[in-house]
Design a protein around this ligand. Structure first.
Ligand SMILES: Cc1cc2nc3c(=O)[nH]c(=O)nc-3n(C[C@H](O)[C@H](O)[C@H](O)COP(=O)(O)O)c2cc1C
Length: 198
């Protein structure tokens, strides 16, 4: 089983990183083959809506996203981790997500005629923010839901941590780190999603 972790924070070694590190440890512990990417360290521009993917489902923009597409394709489970930036995700993470418009086009091209093929995998969100607001994660959850939809995966929810701001302050919340570990482990122990028909 292949698990892909996407580090969405530009702050290396911060709260998001520490939570995703734990989740990926949990996935490894459960026997998964784990890989990860860090959008901020890659040259990934935002979607330019050129229409280049419309007919083929293949993005024509030549940057590091071309290395990410195969990883997204191969993953049985994806864990996206992100801090809250203005009630959504940092621009770097969002650029990667927007570039999945090509995968959305490909999904539509391949599924024409079929109503609801089964999903090919499962996606999770780990999100952390400084404030306490009830609606803090609503924007990010919608983004995650439709990101996974483009990848033909189901959005499974995840772990949402409020009131954590300083770099690595999540270390003061070992219970949340443990929850992240369990999330990664459980995601693998659930086994593969239904067989993909696309
Ligand atoms: C540009 C920017 C925007 C932010 N916007 C929010 C926000 O809308 N809501 C919130 O609760 N925290 C917000 N924060 C705080 C971060 O989400 C918080 O510090 C988080 O713990 C950072 O995680 P990291 O260490 O993984 O980067 C913002 C921080 C920055 C730098």
């Amino acid at each position: 089983m292949k698990v892909l972790g996407i580090y969405g924070s530009p702050r290396t070694g911060g709260n998001t990183d520490m939570l995703l590190d734990e989740a990926l440890k949990g996935a490894t512990d459960a026997g998964a083959e784990v890989s990860s990417i860090r959008g901020c360290d890659m040259d990934i521009g935002g979607c330019i809506e050129c229409g280049g993917c419309d007919a083929t489902g293949e993005c024509v923009v030549d940057d590091d996203m071309q290395r990410v597409y195969p990883l997204l394709d191969e993953a049985d489970v994806i864990i996206l981790a992100s801090p809250m930036f203005f009630y959504s995700m940092p621009a770097q993470a969002k650029a990667l997500i927007d570039r999945c418009q090509a995968m959305w086009c490909r999904r539509l091209l391949r599924s024409s005629g079929e109503k609801k093929p089964p999903s090919r995998g499962r996606g999770y969100l780990i999100a952390v923010g400084a404030t306490k607001g009830k609606n803090l994660f609503e924007g990010a959850e919608l983004v995650a839901k439709y990101f996974y939809d483009a990848l033909h995966m189901t959005y499974e929810g995840g772990l949402f941590v409020r009131s954590v701001e300083g770099k690595a302050d999540i270390a003061k919340h070992p219970d949340e780190l443990k929850r992240a570990f369990e999330l990664g482990k459980d995601a693998v122990l659930r086994g593969p999603a239904g067989a993909d028909t696309l």
